[in-house]
Write a protein that binds this ligand. Sequence first.
Ligand code: KIV
Length: 279
Amino acid sequence: MTKKVTTLTLQEMKKAGNKIAMATAYDYPSARIADEAGMDIILVGDSLGMVVLGYENTLRVTLEEMIHHGKAVVRGSKRALVVIDLPFMTYQVSREEAVRNAGRAVQETGAPAVKLEGGADMAKTVGRIVRAGIPVVGHIGLTPQSVGQLGGYYVQGKDEKIAKQLIKDALALQDAGACSVVLEAVPWQLAQLITEQLLIPTIGIGAGVHCDGQVLVFHDILGLQTEIRPKFVKQYGAFFNPMTDAMRSYINEVRGAAFPSAEHTYTMDEEIVRRLRED
Ligand code: KIV
């Protein structure tokens, strides 16, 4: 039987200096691909909104949408630890609501853990969710749910004041019981400093090579989206054009009646056909 990755595995990986590979997935086939490849963590990110649902940002994603997609990802993952992003406004209003919504995310999807955005300001909320028995991954630096307040998707922590705050945020999340922290779009030196100070693993996205692990969006890894390409994205495939070409070939064959050929067609006894025609 495949041994599942757990939060303990992540802890051991950090101790042993083994890097953690994490990617997003949003449905059964994408989860199967990532899991089969050996991904340690699969994140059902609220990037779902932009990547899969075509929203302008992540703010419109609902808990119902996360649960719907989370269930499919859990069904497609045998080994990876599946983490569900808590969407905007499901954990900010009150700690009670946060615990209830985190509970729904794990209970209804079957995923063991959740992720939420915010640092020291969210530490008490993280603590409450953890005390309810749910592992929490923190997320600091560029936090897309605060895009309005941040004024855009910019690198965070280049200046001393914000850098100091991000160190405090990471430590506060660790003290609150978070099992890991995502560092998004921060200078590599700051990410290295935070990684050295924390006992829990850091997972970087646009945070340099010294983090304990890395996360990228499924569609970015495979080159399935062509609209947005931040500096930190590396494409390991370029499947948008070949997939569009495959679709074009299908359309052309349908229009030219070249598909389906005999190979893709069922047949029946000609005698029955003759009788049917005579009826
Ligand atoms: O929603 C998401 O995909 C994320 C990762 C990019 C960290 O939060």
